[in-house]
Ligand binder design. Structure first.
Ligand code: GTP
Length: 297
């Protein structure tokens, strides 16, 4: 296996923008409604998250109250902005002080320019649930453009997110995908697996977060977010299992159109296989899952 790689990830944005909420939902199994009770983060909360054995994220959730922010750019500047691989900056889509949001963001970029050139930048345009459905595309485009305009030399990727739907999973899955070193190899192995089982879809989920790590799709779907929706549902199910002390190892959904298996796969993943071929035996797929485990491990 590759040697361990620790990547420093800064999670920044102004007070109340939703940093701790998203971190807790994605990495600590919180439900969206639990986040109402959160108080502000004092200074910086650091945590480590491991993915697939060889990618470790060191997450720095930086409290966004004005006083802390000032310190980040002064006395703590070196400590915070040195050796940063990724900045995830959270913007509240409805903001009382949009100019100030951009100002802080620009300060972060300037500090990175000094101390961590080449850092990857992701911006979350967050709390999209507060915008009427029909206005979301337009508002997102506008915010995204404002961000790109001030990002100068940095290549920035924007996501629209909300803790109330699967967009948060989609964004974090995409980010983890970009950071994982050998995702292309995984994808091509999944394609082989998918073909060998005449499956429609094969998806790998990270075991603890249920983020989508890689997938292969043989039929071409319309709904881009379908895995994130599934991931969300399974995660809710997993949480109910934890509450009742029931260990979830595998499950099968079946209807007249398709069969879907979700099964514990390697030490760090779950796999989902979807097949609409009525001749495919569920036992055969389950057997093949077990047989490929060592190869993917
Ligand atoms: P600081 O620690 O002060 O920097 O704040 P923070 O960025 O960590 O914000 P926090 O996660 O504490 O969230 C503040 C409030 O925003 C909480 O009441 C959350 O429930 C709420 N919130 C977070 N995400 C969303 C979202 O997507 N939509 C809506 N409507 N509310 C959200």
């Amino acid at each position: 296996q590759d040697s361990e790689k620790v990547q420093k990830v800064l999670l920044m944005g102004r007070a109340g923008s939703g940093k701790t909420s998203m971190r807790s939902i994605i990495f600590a199994n919180y439900l969206a409604r639990d986040t109402y009770r959160f108080t502000f983060t004092v200074d910086i909360n650091r945590s480590r998250v491991r993915f697939l054995g060889n990618l470790v994220l060191s997450l720095w959730d930086c409290g966004g109250q004005g006083l802390f922010m000032e310190q980040y750019f002064q006395s703590q500047k070196d400590q915070i902005f040195k050796n940063v691989e990724v900045l995830i900056y959270v913007f509240e889509v409805v903001s009382k002080e949009p100019d100030k949001d951009l100002e802080y963001y620009k300060n972060c970029l300037a500090a990175l320019e000094d101390l961590s050139q080449g850092a990857k930048i992701f911006c979350m345009i967050h709390k999209m649930d507060l915008i009427a459905d029909s206005m979301r595309d337009k508002v997102f485009e506008q915010k995204q453009q404002e961000i790109i305009d001030v990002s100068k030399d940095f290549d920035v990727t924007c996501f629209r997110t909300s803790i109330w739907d699967e967009t948060l999973y989609k964004a974090w899955s995409d980010i983890v995908n970009i950071l994982l070193p050998n995702v292309q190899d995984l994808k091509s192995s999944l394609k082989d697996f998918c073909d060998a089982n005449s499956a429609d879809d094969v998806v790998l989920f990270e075991k603890y977060t249920f983020l989508v790590i890689a997938n292969h799709d043989n039929i071409g779907h319309k709904d881009d977010h379908r895995f994130e929706k599934i991931s969300n549902i399974i995660k809710q199910f997993k949480l109910s299992c934890i509450k009742t002390n029931f260990q979830f190892e595998s499950m099968t959904f079946k209807n007249s159109y398709f069969t879907a298996f979700v099964e514990e796969f390697t030490s760090s993943t779950y796999i989902m296989v979807i097949s609409s071929d009525p001749d495919v035996e569920t036992e055969a797929i389950s057997f093949n899952i077990k047989a490929s485990r060592d190869y993917f491990e």
